[in-house]
Design a protein around this ligand. Sequence first.
Ligand SMILES: Nc1nc2c(ncn2[C@@H]2O[C@H](COP(=O)(O)OP(=O)(O)OP(=O)(O)O)[C@@H](O)[C@H]2O)c(=O)[nH]1
Ligand SMILES: [Mg+2]
Length: 419
Amino acid sequence: MFLDKVTIWCKAGNGGDGSVSFFRDKNNPNGGPDGGDGGRGGDIIFVANPSLTNLTDFRYTKHFRAENGANGGKRFSTGKSGKDLIIQVPQGTVIRNAENNKILCDLYDKGESVTLLRGGKGGVGNTKYATPTRQAPRFSEMGVKTKEYQLLLELKTIADVGLVGFPNVGKSSLLASVSNARPKIANYHFTTLAPNIGVVKAYGSSFVMADIPGLIEGASEGEGLGLDFLRHIERTRLLIHVVDIAGSEGRDPYDDYVKINQELSKYNDVSKIPQIVALNKCDLLQDKNAIDDFVKKAGNIEYYVISAVAHIGLNELLEGIIKKLQTLPVREKLAVEQEVLDKKVKKTYTIEKKNAHYFDVEGDLIDEIAFGVVLEDMSSFAYFQKRMRDEGIIDALKAKGMQEGDTVKVTNIEFIYTE
Ligand SMILES: Nc1nc2c(ncn2[C@@H]2O[C@H](COP(=O)(O)OP(=O)(O)OP(=O)(O)O)[C@@H](O)[C@H]2O)c(=O)[nH]1
Ligand SMILES: [Mg+2]
């Protein structure tokens, strides 16, 4: 099964926690703090791999987690950093944040790599909190915990030229005749079920050609196979509109041409892409007036009369394509709409005044400040108070009416406020 759109879940590694430890041996029963820092969490990195053509690898594997950083240890040992996780995707994969649908990156260039999620920073061990007045810090810093993100991966194939047309008109035959691709060709509709890509080399230049499943009327409204596949020609610079000029299935070639253009006009900006018309199956042509009739009706078009199977007119067509491509601007990658994914979420807290002299403070900011702090330990408690003051929590409590002697409950500890 061909897959070109998937949702996956990714999480960078957490930072390891800093350690609280004290050095002790028989000569040094009260040695200093020796708790090491936590290791950094692993990143999640996406790489554009040109040898992949679809997102089928993500059909069953949808959850990705980079390794966590290890916690710091005693004897100043720093926790091991978590390994980065590298995720290979086809070139042309656009990644969006599922929360707001904003584009995070477009892996447009061969081998391009983007670090989309950064691992959490490791926390600092108690060693680093030692000061002349605080010789035995009984607290350390917690590593930064990362968030899981839901990402949308969408493949928008990168090719210079796209082939469009009714089913069975000879698109794959043309691709096979002029490129290195070997698509399936058969005399029935919807032989091609997934895009094929080939490299065309001619007249000293080379370009990439993409063949998509045949379009039919109503394809852009979800009928047939067409709709979803139009995204694979959205980024081409030129379309080759293949028409069965012999009308070998009994349809009128000009009618086909009009219907396909109607379909293209319903999908994003595809109808704005310049076209060259390839009047195919000319080897089957009975009525030579068919070409004149078509061209008269179509008006101002650039066209070539070809036979993909009998190899008629192919060189002229390729020459026309190359000339046209030289006049068309190079496509650029899609603009990133959301710069940073793991922007730090501001931690918060709430104060509840339980009665005139009792305040309850809660929230993730409080949890962070209180983590690793031993409140019974004087120096730890002093550090804790300083953080409370620095974060403006003491002022906020005062604003709510806290006075000297009032009780404040923080996590599971109560203390009496003194100026
Ligand atoms: N006589 C003749 N037959 C052709 C020509 N081009 C393609 N065919 C035949 O037309 C049939 C359909 O060709 P495909 O290349 O599979 O057509 P397609 O447009 O890719 O079809 P779908 O993938 O089904 O949309 C096959 O039997 C081809 O051999 C041509 O120039 N002349
Ligand atoms: Mg085909």
